[in-house]
Design a protein around this ligand. Structure first.
Ligand code: FE2
Ligand code: FE2
Length: 160
């Protein structure tokens, strides 16, 4: 269950939606912009039957790249913390480390670093999120839902 039911800011959902729209201008060298990447990630989660909370987390997992790619995982997790379960919060916070298992060997970092979290309650969730929803969500020709599909889900999870 979320740690805080009511929104801490009256228009928090609007702020999140505005943040997501800004991702249209963020590419970071990927084949699609970061809004498209988030929409593809959330579409995969939704079509797999995930909960509204996981769908919103999937949509927003890279939202802080508007400010910084380096620590975007922690920033997104902290921004959404009041509206998420602790498992989903940790999934967001550490998703970069779990993504690292796919490519860190190419940049001289330890791709097995994620294994230090083995045994955590959210470990399987982070494994699934990064492999099944996040990793494949960079396709130029993907079929995915527009942002409008997710707005009611954001408002439901955030509370307004
Ligand atoms: Fe990320
Ligand atoms: Fe991502």
């Amino acid at each position: 269950m979320p740690t805080c039911a009511p929104p801490l800011k009256a228009n928090a959902a609007d702020e999140i939606i505005n943040n997501l729209r800004q991702l249209k201008n963020v590419w970071h060298g990927f084949p699609v912009d970061q809004l498209t990447h988030g929409l593809q990630t959330a579409t995969l989660a939704m079509r797999a039957g995930e909960s509204p909370e996981i769908i919103v987390a999937s949509l927003c997992h890279d939202m802080a790249k508007t400010v910084s790619a380096l620590n975007h995982e922690e920033m997104a997790a902290e921004m959404l913390k009041p509206y998420l379960s602790s498992d989903t919060y940790n999934m967001l916070k550490y998703h970069g480390i779990f993504q690292g298992r796919f490519f860190w060997d190419e940049i001289d970092r330890d791709p097995n670093y994620y294994l230090k979290f083995r045994g955590e309650r959210w470990y399987d969730l982070a494994m699934k999120f990064t492999e099944v929803y996040d990793k494949p969500a960079f396709k130029k020709d993907a079929n995915f839902e527009p942002l409008e599909t997710f707005i009611p889900i954001i408002r439901r999870v955030v509370g307004v």
